[in-house]
Design a protein around this ligand. Sequence first.
Ligand code: UT7
Length: 352
Amino acid sequence: MYSSKIAGIGHYVPQQVVTNNDLSRYMDTTDEWVQERTGIKERRYGLRHKETTTTMAVEAAKIAIERAGIDKNELDFIIFATLSPDYYFPGCGVLLQRALGISGNTCGALDIRNQCSGFIYALSVADQFIRTGMYKNILVVGSEMHSMGLDFSTRGRNVTVIFGDGAGVAVLQASDREGSGVLTTKLHADGTHAEMLSFISPGCHGGYHDEDKEKFGFPDDEYGGLFITQKMIDDHLTYPFMDGQFVFKMAVQKFPEVINEALESVGLKKEDINMLIPHQANLRISQFVQRVLGLRDDQVWNNIQKYGNTTAASIPIALSEAWEAGKIKEGDLVCLAAFGSGFTWGSALIRW
Ligand code: UT7
């Protein structure tokens, strides 16, 4: 059996900086409210008509491939995690493959839709392919263009102020060094509260519940054309929804739980962690997790202040930044953890 290591990591964030004060021109919010509740000062938005989830991933992927020291045609597989794909289908994996100019005869592509935990799910899938010897080099991608799908009226303020755009990419590579690389990944899901953090329209739910039929404007006696209705648009149902307090309470419970589960499974302790890279959901959540684990400030990488929550991209962007800053060295134990929509959550331990 092989193990898998991160051979190269890169990230890309758009040039356009959007501050909390910029947002207060569109909605009833303040810099003070956003900073106090989330820690976010600013975020990046991609350029309309120029940048997409895929184009940002291309930039990050080029850096990761170069740092891994491989040719793009040595990639065996692409796993692309996003909740904001360029198209409903096909997925961004094939668009990235095309944009990078990788031969389709040798490289498969898979999209993962697991929102905030998407990168950890993608990493775990890639790790299994490498452990079994099926693939040697896999591009693991998290990229999001949230700014295209947010409600900039006051109605959407609790969600809109949080999210930003960006991409992070890792090259996961087969290694025969025992006891290094990805030590373990833990994945969980509980669909009981699926709609508590969701973006359900447009979609193929077709007014599943009677009350929804009225809410979404689905006629009973027609086929087709129900994926998106005028009523959905008029009623602002084509935007994300979040019960923030409910999600917050679940997150602070699940983050420490899934980190401890990973540590215990490989016989390590929280004191062994050199660098924690939490999904950047809310600075208050990260600070809570840091306290529970008893980690110092320099053992946790947070960048939500600059980028907001970039969902599937947040962990690889933070990992790339921490690595660039020289905060992750060979032999370090790096812990990744995420919780989000689904609910899905997970963790990974990597011996660098
Ligand atoms: O990455 C995926 C996982 N996501 C998360 O983990 C997010 C977890 N949740 C959170 O981070 C927080 O719940 C939020 C930051 C989203 C919201 O903070 P909160 O302290 O839970 O606020 P709230 O939703 O309970 O709202 C409190 C008040 C409300 O006003 P009233 O009803 O008390 O008058 C909101 O309407 O704050 C109001 N509010 C805002 N005010 C100014 C909500 N959003 C804003 C805003 N600016 N942007």
